[in-house]
Design a protein around this ligand. Structure first.
Ligand code: AMP
Length: 138
């Protein structure tokens, strides 16, 4: 099934475009969390971070930085969040890789911070060992 973002790439539905190159596209989120909330996508329809080639990941990251710089200059927020959801458990709704750039103003309460948990040093060591063992197989 063609994603809504592929339809934007193909010009089948409109978008408020801010940047485009061969591999990436940036446009405003239709339901912005804050003024200037921008989505950066890779043009190929790939569901998540795990599916991107290094070249595509680099291109998307470069576009994210380019647009974030432009957005900071144009709208002068106090900061910005980069948010990137993978999987419905993480809040992903559109399964076409995209990065959110969310401008932030002091005390705007646009995003709720997570509740810091706790873990013992041995918990941290055990969990890190599980992940590190997989990293070495990648
Ligand atoms: P996510 O939850 O990370 O999958 O975010 C998907 C985002 O896409 C949401 O913030 C939506 O508001 C946004 N979105 C969905 N359809 C469109 C559209 N046609 N144009 C711009 N943004 C869209």
């Amino acid at each position: 099934m063609t994603s809504i973002f592929t339809k934007i790439v193909n010009g089948e539905i409109p978008s408020a475009k801010v940047y485009e190159d061969d591999l990436t596209l940036a446009f405003l989120d239709i339901n912005p969390a804050s003024l200037g909330h921008t989505l950066v996508i890779c043009k190929p329809e790939l569901p998540s971070l795990l599916d991107l080639s290094p070249d595509l990941l680099l291109a998307t990251t470069r576009t994210t930085q380019l647009v974030a710089r432009a957005l900071m200059a144009a709208l002068e927020p106090d900061g910005f969040n980069i948010l990137q959801n993978n999987g419905s458990a993480a809040g992903q709704v559109v399964f076409h890789y995209h990065v959110h750039i969310i401008p932030r103003w002091n005390s705007d309460r646009v995003l709720t911070p997570w509740h810091p948990g706790s873990a013992s040093p041995s918990d941290l060591r055990d969990t890190a060992a599980l992940i590190a063992a997989q990293v070495s197989k990648e």
